[in-house]
Design a protein around this ligand. Structure first.
Ligand code: FAD
Length: 266
């Protein structure tokens, strides 16, 4: 469905967009931004992956810890079933509580139930400007302690990503300028609250108290983009790592939201 790439309707009043499955995720976001809206799910590959692929895999994204995952934004789907029949699921409204939730069943079904040929997606007001930081730790447990402290302190970061030792090393080896070699774990943190600089300073302190050694806090948009780039580099960096250093690393990149109490691994 890659060539079904039309954005059919942007409805600012109802904060909805209707599109075909081949629309690239970033392109959708750029289009709705012109109306003061955003589509929060941002898988690491958002510059290349499609809405259909995001829905079929139930993909998350870097900001899922605050804004949720693709499933939280899919209101309705246009489908073609295996026998060629067309079907529409879902709704255009925010509330939709009656009956079976076939839309939710389809999200993450990886093409096994139907081909998605159209989607109605919920939107949010455009996100406030964000600032980002990264912190590198001598142990995975220390990074977990930092995550637990951050959530216990009431912070709601818009990204909170943990890279393990192999992934941190691969991204450092890939030439990311803020990543130092030899770290056991890296946290990539973004804040888009009303006072992101103040909140990041507080989270940086919590990271240091948990044992972080290399803490880089961005002071502006370009530095923040570089910090987030460390997360987006995970897939290419692990690919390069695997190609040069067999046996293949066991590290995988994914987004988790929640379960912070289990991260310290104690
Ligand atoms: C299970 C899973 C979970 C993932 N979660 C995350 C995540 O949380 N965060 C993150 O950054 N990345 C995640 N990824 C990686 C990446 O985000 C997804 O692979 C990406 O969203 C897929 O989009 P794509 O356009 O590249 O799809 P493709 O790679 O082209 O297709 C992916 C799958 O979706 C099916 N598919 C594609 N289009 C349609 C359609 N129109 N109708 C029906 N099925 C279709 C394909 O058959 C295939 O099974 C995940 C990948 C998988 C497999």
């Amino acid at each position: 469905t890659a060539r079904m790439d039309r954005i059919l309707d942007i409805d600012p009043a109802n904060r909805l967009v209707r599109c075909e499955p081949g629309v690239v995720t970033k392109r959708l976001n750029d289009a709705v931004a012109e109306h003061g809206l955003s589509y929060p799910p941002d898988p690491a590959s958002w510059e290349h992956c499609t809405i259909g692929g995001n829905i079929a895999t139930g993909a998350g994204g870097i900001c899922c810890v605050k804004y949720g995952v693709t499933a939280d934004y899919v209101r309705g789907l246009d489908l073609v079933l295996a026998d060629g029949r067309r079907m529409r699921t879902g709704r255009d409204t925010v509330k939709g509580v009656a009956g079976y939730d076939l839309t939710r069943l389809l999200v993450g079904s990886e093409g096994t139930l139907a081909v998605i040929v159209g989607a109605t997606l919920g939107l949010c007001p455009v996100r406030p400007p964000a600032l980002a930081m990264l912190a590198q730790f001598p142990t995975l447990t220390a990074a977990g302690d930092a995550v637990a402290s951050i959530t216990a302190a009431g912070h709601v970061p818009s990204a909170l990503e943990l890279l393990d030792r192999a992934t941190s090393q691969a991204v450092a080896d890939h030439g990311h300028p803020m990543m130092t070699p030899g770290a056991a774990a890296t946290l990539i943190i973004e804040s888009d609250t009303a006072e992101p600089a103040r909140d990041l300073a507080s989270m940086a302190l919590l990271c240091k108290e948990a044992g972080a050694r290399n803490v880089v806090t961005a002071s502006g948009a370009e530095e923040s983009r570089q910090v987030i780039e460390a997360r987006r580099l995970v897939t290419p960096a692990l690919g390069a790592f695997a190609a040069t250093r067999p046996p293949r690393p066991s590290a995988r990149g994914t987004n988790h939201a929640g379960g912070a109490r289990r991260i310290p691994l104690r």
